[in-house]
Design a protein around this ligand. Structure first.
Ligand code: LLP
Length: 442
């Protein structure tokens, strides 16, 4: 994807105009000048377009359905303001995500509360907020919902259908030894579902799974649908009605040219058609369908802008170009060996001539953002744009080395504004306290 010619579309809706990288009608290097670097930039229209496509296509193919945005991909109040009017619900996995979704105006009835170890206080908060559904992942959770619910609460039970999707092992979720869900194969899922009946404050509404993330091949989703609908047949035979099926998210996006994701249209059409076929073949009532895309809605909407600082050549080995960000704004490279591509923001269509390793500024040898990329010759002060950083970047950022988490600037039709303001050093030290007894007398 590097060294594209002018007019050519890069990732998401980014493009090149007069050699300069453009996003949401804004010149990337000017955003860097105006807001400083490192900077996350988020293209509102791109994300809204994908979300709308998911919602519209699924409604067309499978009318009884809900698209729930997986908050973990990128969580801030503005995202819910943007997604709610499009009819999307939200998947949240913590009190913090729930709080943010509510603050952003998400209808609690459209919130699905996931997580393998919800705390008692999170469960109470979710019940008080009136979340639509808990996705239960432990027997303890059932007990806690029963204890605190003041009216009947809908729950889905997270099951493990045992599908090994082709993706990094850390983002696979239905291997036999996964911490998520109850195994269908060993009978645990069935006995947990049967146990729901004894809770008078809980209504079993259906089953949920999520087979992994950054998946390209439709086949993994089809295997999951087969296993989930077989399980519905089994539950029906035990007299258990299944009103809903939640198939999770996991739809892949482009990080590098070799990535070949399907479009939201293909992901939704294929899954909906396959599910309809599966329920017809098994002669079961079509359940309400929930899908939970995260990465594919926000991933390619985001880029990160960095300034190049130190450039250092290790003779006959490699040249490092260090930027003012690193693993604190993008931990995905160190965690998953994730690969990215980048351009020099003002030479976005210029042919690469020099090989670089793009290093971060953290005190870790492993803090490398791109290990080997051909770019035009870099100079200190150049703005480098890394693509596809809208998902699992801001949401996974940290203050490691007490670096500030970069702000997020939204762009749309040539306008720009903060979605998340910059963190100050004062913000970083805000919760630090010096205990009175700390002072050690000499
Ligand atoms: N639903 C459930 C229950 C999930 O666990 C996830 C992601 C999703 C939906 C959304 O999946 P998506 O459409 O975004 O692939 N931090 C990792 C990804 C972890 C995903 C965890 N669960 C990364 O940066 O690649």
């Amino acid at each position: 994807m590097k060294n594209k010619t002018a007019e050519q579309k890069l990732f998401g809706n980014t493009c090149v105009n007069n050699h300069r990288l453009m996003i949401g009608g804004c010149v990337a290097s000017e955003l860097a000048k105006q807001y400083g670097t490192p900077l996350y930039v988020f293209d509102i229209d791109y994300a809204a377009g994908v979300a709308r496509a998911y919602a519209d296509i699924l409604k067309r193919e499978y009318p009884s359905s809900t698209v729930c945005y997986a908050s973990k991909a990128f969580c801030c109040t503005a995202i819910y303001k943007m997604l709610s009017p499009l009819g999307l619900g939200a998947d949240v996995v913590s009190g913090g995500e729930l709080y943010t979704a509510l603050k952003g105006g998400m209808d609690p009835a459209k919130i699905y509360f996931h997580g393998n170890n919800k705390t008692e206080s999170e469960i109470q908060f979710a019940l008080e907020s009136g979340v639509g559904c808990f996705v239960v992942d432990s027997a303890r959770e059932l007990e806690l919902i029963e204890k605190h619910a003041t009216r009947v609460q809908n729950v889905l039970v997270r099951v493990n259908p045992g599908v090994e999707a082709h993706t990094h092992r850390f983002i696979q979720t239905t291997t036999p030894d996964s911490k998520f869900g109850f195994s269908i194969a060993d009978g645990t899922a069935e006995s947990v579902i049967l146990s729901v009946e004894k809770h008078k404050n809980i209504h079993f509404a259906g089953i949920a799974c999520h087979i992994g993330s950054q998946i390209f091949e439709q086949q993994s989703f089809e295997i999951a649908i087969d296993k989930m609908t077989d399980f519905i047949v089994r539950l029906n035979s035990l007299g258990v009605n299944v009103e809903m099926i939640d198939l999770g998210g996991g739809f892949g996006v482009h990080y590098i040219a070799e990535d070949k994701p399907l479009t939201p249209e293909q992901y939704m059409t294929n899954s909906a058609k396959y599910l309809l076929k599966a329920v017809n073949e098994r002669n079961i009532t079509p359940p309400h369908l929930i899908v939970e895309p995260g990465r594919s809605i926000v991933g390619e909407a985001g880029i990160t802008l960095y300034s190049v600082g130190a450039i250092k050549t290790i003779k006959s080995l490699k040249t490092y170009a260090a930027v003012d960000g690193g693993m604190f704004d993008n931990p995905r490279v160190s965690l998953y060996d994730a690969q990215y591509t980048a351009v020099v923001a003002d030479k976005a269509d210029e042919k690469g001539t020099h090989e670089y390793s793009i290093a971060g500024k953290c005190c870790e040898s492993g803090d490398i953002l791109i290990d080997g990329i051909t770019l035009p010759e870099l100079h200190s002060g150049d703005v480098l744009a890394v693509f596809t950083t809208g998902a699992y970047h801001y949401s996974m950022a940290s203050n490691y080395n007490r670096n500030a988490v970069p702000p997020v600037v939204a762009v749309k039709n040539g306008q720009s504004a903060y979605m998340v303001k910059p963190q100050t050093y004062e913000d970083i030290a805000r919760n630090d306290v010096i205990p009175e007894f700390l002072e050690v007398k000499q």
